[in-house]
Design a protein around this ligand. Structure first.
Ligand SMILES: *Cc1c(COP(=O)(O)O)cnc(C)c1O
Length: 490
């Protein structure tokens, strides 16, 4: 399987690269990203052959279909990390909530958010590649909450990889911050920034583009890679749970093999949705993918009107912060797959210069064959959390946004799989407010309030955070980041 560039080739890079190369150096010509040249066709009997397969077996078959250039021993070690999920046989359980509504719970990993589904195995793959090539890598991440803890967790104490994670001090939940600042490993550095997530992100972008910073890294023989979902190494592990969830419905006798379903995804950077899109192209029977957003509803406008316009928007802080995104990176891979590299380059350059692009009618029609979209306000989300709780299901505010698309975007009475991307423990103040009406509590009080109301226990991994020693106590101005990183690398 080869990977090619979404904005075409500038002549300074190879025309096509392998999976391992795309993982190690994910940035490509003209600011584009790598995408598969073609997708494997799983064939008509793939689903049938895997009806009784456990998650790791299914995952392994998909990696084999992609013909990835990774040693089988490394793949086995990577997939073995699913053994640390709540149920090793079924890391992503699918729960029936009502007649035709199922929730695929992607948060049963070590940091209690869906980022673990892909980052856990990805950490092993990247570190093994770096070791086998005798190279050292630096992963830098700016996080508003979930990516940071999951990236730190997967890379901690792994060889040949160091991680620097920037977070906005005061801009994450207590649980998310504690998950990061209590991490104790020599290859990890967590830095709090005075400012908001945009400040952290723009500081990171400036560093990545700085010649002096890059040459300092080169002097030290350190290469940069990325752990966000522009890295295809994450996307490949996100295809799998869509196919797994479909097969779960078959196993639960909710559908027969070949029946179509809706996939319903709470979307930010579009990695989760892209995984679903690729699964369809590889043969998964899906009617449509329903894209749920919060009030940062750029994806809703793109899919409903063909317009991607961020010219006079700034990010709105919502109760589903992991979806507070204006530039949704993986949309580019959809544009590339549907319209080719020249058109993708044109559209993405318009977005850079005019902060806006518009699809022509035929392009919009293509997009709407696969996707439908709507957005959910914080108040609506709160109402959905309350209603689901009355029906006996406790969910987080990101998952809640999907109940809006479930209501407004389905033309057919088909079974629907909503993806739940975070455990209730990660966003407890919002949920506590929805359930008890009491506002403004910190995570600790909120967790207790929910546990009492729902008669459940707070998981140990969350409870223990509040008494763990704080290891990472660097909080600085963004002007000091480079100096801090160089000291860490020294
Ligand atoms: C990352 C994240 C999302 C958004 O997923 P994308 O793949 O970026 O679209 C949604 N919910 C939660 C809780 C997340 O952490």
């Amino acid at each position: 399987m080869n990977f090619i560039e979404t904005r075409g080739n500038d002549g300074t890079r190879p025309e096509a690269i392998s999976f391992s190369q795309a993982i190690l150096a994910p940035m490509s010509s003209y600011g584009g990203i790598y995408s598969p040249e073609s997708l494997p066709d799983l064939g008509s009997d793939f689903l049938e052959r895997h009806v009784d397969a456990d998650y790791k077996t299914l995952a392994n078959s998909i990696l084999t279909a992609f013909d990835v250039d990774i040693d089988q021993a490394v793949i086995d070690e990577a997939l073995a990390l699913y053994d640390h999920f709540d149920d090793p046989k079924n890391p992503a359980p699918v729960v029936r909530v009502k007649d035709d509504l199922f929730i695929s719970e992607l948060y049963h990993g070590p940091t209690r958010a869906f980022k673990d589904m892909a980052l856990q195995p990805f950490g092993v793959v990247l570190s093994s590649l770096a070791q086998s090539r005798n190279e050292d890598y630096l992963i830098m991440a700016a996080t508003s909450g979930d990516t940071g803890p999951a990236a730190l967790e997967t890379f901690k104490n792994r060889k040949n990889v160091r991680v620097v994670c920037l977070y906005p001090d005061g801009g994450t939940s207590d649980v998310q911050r504690l998950q990061m600042v209590t991490e104790n490993a020599e290859n990890l550095k967590v830095i709090g920034i005075h400012g908001d997530f945009d400040d952290a992100q723009s500081a990171l972008k400036m560093l990545l583009g700085s010649d002096s910073f890059n040459s300092k890294l080169t002097e030290k023989n350190i290469s940069l890679s990325a752990a966000n979902s522009v890295n295809f190494g994450r996307i490949i592990f996100q295809l799998m749970y869509h196919i797994h969830s479909y097969l779960e419905l078959v196993r639960q006798d909710a559908i027969k093999l070949g029946d179509k379903v809706y996939l319903n995804v709470p979307s930010g950077n579009f990695g989760n949705a892209l995984g679903g899109y690729y699964a369809i192209k590889m043969g998964l029977p899906v009617e449509k993918i329903l894209i749920a957003s919060n009030e940062n509803n750029v994806l809703t406008s793109l899919i409903n009107d063909g317009v991607y316009d961020i010219s006079d928007s700034s990010v709105i802080a919502t109760t589903s912060p992991a979806m507070d995104i204006l530039k949704s990176s993986n949309v580019e891979r959809i544009l590339f797959d549907l319209f080719g590299n020249e058109r993708t380059k044109e559209l993405m350059q318009q977005l850079d210069t005019d902060k806006c692009y518009k699809l022509v009618e035929s392009e919009l029609a293509e997009l709407q064959k696969i996707f439908s979209a709507d957005y959910c306000t914080d108040d609506e989300g709160k109402k959905y959390i309350q209603e689901a709780f009355k029906d006996g299901y406790l969910m987080d505010p990101h998952t809640a946004t999907c109940f809006k698309t479930y209501e407004t975007c389905r033309d057919k009475a088909l079974k629907t799989i909503i993806y739940s991307t975070a455990e209730w423990t990660k966003f407890s103040p919002t949920i506590a407010e929805a359930l008890t009406g009491e506002k403004g509590s910190g995570d600790r009080e909120a967790l207790k309030a929910i546990a009492e109301k729902a008669e459940i226990v707070i998981p140990d991994v969350i409870n223990e955070l509040f008494s763990k020693e704080i290891i990472q106590n660097t909080i600085i101005d963004k002007t000091e980041i480079e100096k801090e990183i160089m000291e860490f690398l020294a």
